[in-house]
Design a binder for this molecule. Structure first.
Ligand SMILES: NC(=O)c1ccc[n+]([C@@H]2O[C@H](COP(=O)([O-])OP(=O)(O)OC[C@H]3O[C@@H](n4cnc5c(N)ncnc54)[C@H](O)[C@@H]3O)[C@@H](O)[C@H]2O)c1
Length: 393
């Protein structure tokens, strides 16, 4: 890992976090990822909607008492006045809060790392694109699976023509652990993910399939054009859809198929893809993420492995351990933080910084994702009719 940039910068990138407290699921992953390589430090936080948890979470992360906040608006106001203010905010709240928080921080000149799904709807996503551009800020959407070295290598191999022109894109994100397969009787006991009131009935599209859809576009660099979707609800007491089958027409004539689910009983994470081209295929699974299988037509399968210098530079540049010492989910997530932090540092140093953002999930990716959600929902409501899902300009 090239440390020259942080030496020139002379300090770590200062982050503030909204959400991600000890009452959250994803907070711990962000805390590990942001610190993994020493590029970032957490110096401020409004880490929970519950004031005591916000304060105790900040305290447990060694955040100074005066920078432990119970309201993100107060955090923004106070941080904006400091000479050592945060460089960027991490938004790890439920999705309905992503837009107002991102908007407020962007307008104050603060860069943003935002959890997926990017916004509540397409209109918010369109506005967010303008906010990022108009305020000239750096924005990263944490589609963390694009941080795995082997998904980055897959993208590079496809670009180099290893499987020829892409014909079929098959992505599955079918979760099945007990926490997602069953909903409690009492609505108050249900996670917001399964409440229609928080992100709408099509939550499966935002919570799970947004990763799958981003991955399809990430590795192939093709764009969805039309979708035909079928949503269903299987779990007892469930307010939202918990299963999606979708067929997608991609640019360049490629055909895509998505299965996303909360009720794939017996599955753990269940995220994998197969990309088939004219001359071969690539296969990857998040449960065995150190390996990427390349199978040319008529030839033996080749197992690409993380940790080898022969991999594409996008896949090797953050390698920490030798091949065979698995890095896994937490460090894939950390790869996004390294790219983001390097962009922030280079930019503040007045150096070219866009190269660091080249394969990071962007606000435009978030817009494509929200367009897909809207189109797939409409398609389902109209009996699976084909609906345009091409990314808006
Ligand atoms: N990238 C991934 O792999 C991944 C995995 C899980 C969740 N997520 C996403 O991360 C986000 C959070 O998910 P989660 O599962 O951790 O949710 P969660 O409900 O477990 O945690 C949400 C956190 O936000 C806090 N919060 C809520 N309202 C707040 C407010 N007004 N001010 C400050 N904090 C507030 C809560 O107190 C809690 O700490 C969601 O958008 C989700 O889709 C992403």
């Amino acid at each position: 890992m090239d440390r020259a940039l942080i030496r020139s910068f002379g300090r770590r990138v200062r982050l503030g976090m909204v959400g991600g407290g000890s009452d959250s699921i994803i907070g711990g992953t962000h805390l590990l990822a942001l610190r993994a390589d020493g590029y970032c430090e957490l110096v401020a936080g409004a880490m929970s909607v519950q004031p005591e948890i916000a304060l105790s979470s900040a305290q447990s992360q060694m955040i100074d008492r005066e920078r432990a906040y119970t309201d993100w608006r107060v955090m923004l106001e106070r941080e904006a006045e400091r000479s050592d203010r945060i460089d960027a905010v991490v938004i790890a709240t439920p999705p309905q809060l992503h837009f107002p928080i991102a908007k407020a921080f962007l307008e104050c000149g603060i860069d943003v790392i935002c959890e997926k799904p990017m916004t509540r709807d397409l209109a918010e996503a369109q506005e967010l694109v303008h906010l990022v551009r108009d305020n000239n800020r750096i924005f990263c959407l944490t589609h963390c699976y694009s941080g795995f070295p082997m998904t980055r290598h897959a993208r590079a191999l496809i670009k180099q023509g290893a499987i020829g022109r892409v014909r079929m894109i098959d992505v599955i994100f079918a979760v099945g652990d007990p926490g997602t397969s069953v909903d409690p009787e009492n609505p108050e006991d249900r996670h917001w993910r399964f409440r229609a009131t928080s992100i709408g009935k099509a939550s499966i599209l935002g919570e799970v399939n947004s990763h799958a859809y981003h991955m399809a576009g990430f590795v192939t660099e093709l764009k969805g054009q039309r979708v035909s979707a079928h949503l269903a609800t299987f779990a007892k007491n469930r307010e939202v859809f918990d299963n999606l089958y979708a067929t997608v027409e991609f640019s360049d004539g490629a055909a895509g198929r998505f299965w996303s689910s909360y009720v794939a009983a017996g599955n753990d994470q269940g995220f994998s893809f197969v990309i088939i081209g004219e001359t071969g295929q690539l296969r990857w699974s998040e449960e065995d993420p150190e390996y990427l299988w390349f199978k040319p037509i008529g030839g033996p399968a080749i197992r690409h492995s993380r940790g080898y210098d022969s991999n594409d530079p996008s896949a090797t540049r953050h390698d920490r351990f030798r091949a065979g010492y698995a890095e896994g989910y937490g460090l894939a997530f950390a790869n996004l933080y390294v790219d983001f932090a390097q962009a922030v540092m280079a930019r503040q140093l007045g150096r070219p910084y866009r190269e660091y953002l080249a394969i990071l999930p962007s606000v435009e990716d978030g817009l494509s994702g929200m367009k897909f959600i809207e189109a797939a929902t409409l398609s389902h409501e109209q009996g699976g009719r084909w609906v345009d899902c091409a990314p808006p300009n």
